[in-house]
Design a protein around this ligand. Structure first.
Ligand SMILES: C[S@@+](CC[C@H](N)C(=O)[O-])C[C@H]1O[C@@H](n2cnc3c(N)ncnc32)[C@H](O)[C@@H]1O
Length: 265
């Protein structure tokens, strides 16, 4: 079941911290970069939410389309783009597993922070591959629920509960999957699902330690240059060890199913 009126106040933190800002900026920056936007390219944002990424693709010269089922979020995206003076995206209301576009219509497709919200993620990735041209690229950015920080926080909580007999504060912990997610992703599942429709050439991690107990406060207390180089250093580690990173980005070109082999099979 999907709430067609939802907004994102439940997923995007209201008060930002340095480490959150860093994570979201890196995740967005790298996703957009891998889609290779630019003049003359066509790029689709699947589950485009408020439309900020589709707008950024337009600003980089692409003909961008934001596809999003939620009426409320598409409405806000439209409203914002009406106020923009330069080139703006086209907005389409659509589910990810039935994209209303012809085969190979786009040079790039992005899907950021949304795959775990889909009830049919495999079909959604297959659709993204179908609408991407052979040499184009599909880019998926997915939260990792087996990140270093999830493992450490979960281990610490278990230790406190089991060995110290402490009662944990109520509510969802950052390593618990939110109630509006259908899938709890870790790197092997991401690879497996993406590989079914994509020839992956990028599997890399973004940021490390986000959500670790006490981490946000510690980073906020550091002098800005020290905080920046700490976050950069952890991000470099995440790139090398995507299985432990906060977010994983997977990208690749579509795997085409050959019609002749389907007929002879
Ligand atoms: C966390 S938001 C991410 C939005 C955006 N990509 C971003 O990075 O800000 C998840 C989005 O997935 C959309 N969504 C949920 N189920 C969907 C489905 N089956 N097909 C397409 N979009 C879906 C929601 O409406 C929501 O906009």
């Amino acid at each position: 079941m999907v709430d067609l009126d939802r907004d994102m106040s439940d997923v995007v933190p209201t008060g930002t911290t340095r480490d959150s800002e860093y994570l979201f900026a890196r995740m967005t920056g790298r996703t957009l970069e891998l889609a290779r936007p630019g003049r003359g390219t066509r790029v689709l944002d699947v589950a485009s939410g408020f439309g900020q990424d589709a707008m950024a693709l337009s600003q980089r010269g692409s003909w961008a389309v934001g596809a999003e089922p939620s009426q409320r979020m598409s409405g806000l995206a439209r409203l914002q783009s009406e106020q923009a003076s330069d080139r703006t995206p086209d907005w389409v209301r659509s589910w990810s597993d039935a994209l209303p576009f012809r085969d190979a219509s786009f040079d790039g497709v992005i899907c950021k922070g949304a795959l775990d919200h889909f009830d049919r993620p495999l079909e959604a990735i297959a659709e993204m591959a179908r609408v991407t041209r052979c040499e184009g690229r599909v880019v998926l950015a997915i939260a990792n629920f087996e990140s270093l920080s999830c493992r450490v926080a979960r281990g610490l909580d278990r230790f406190k509960e089991t060995w110290l007999g402490r009662r944990l504060p109520r509510g969802r912990r950052h390593y618990d999957v939110p109630s509006d997610h259908f899938t709890r992703y870790e790197i092997e599942l991401m690879r497996e699902q993406a590989h079914a429709s994509l020839e992956l050439d990028v599997v890399e991690g973004i940021s490390m330690a986000w959500g670790m107990p006490g981490w946000s406060r510690s980073v906020d207390r550091l002098p800005p240059p020290v905080a920046q180089s700490t976050l950069n250093g952890l991000d470099r580690m995440a790139r090398l060890l995507p299985g432990l990173s906060d977010v994983v980005i997977l990208a690749g070109r579509p795997r085409r199913v050959r019609k002749s082999s389907m007929i002879s099979a």
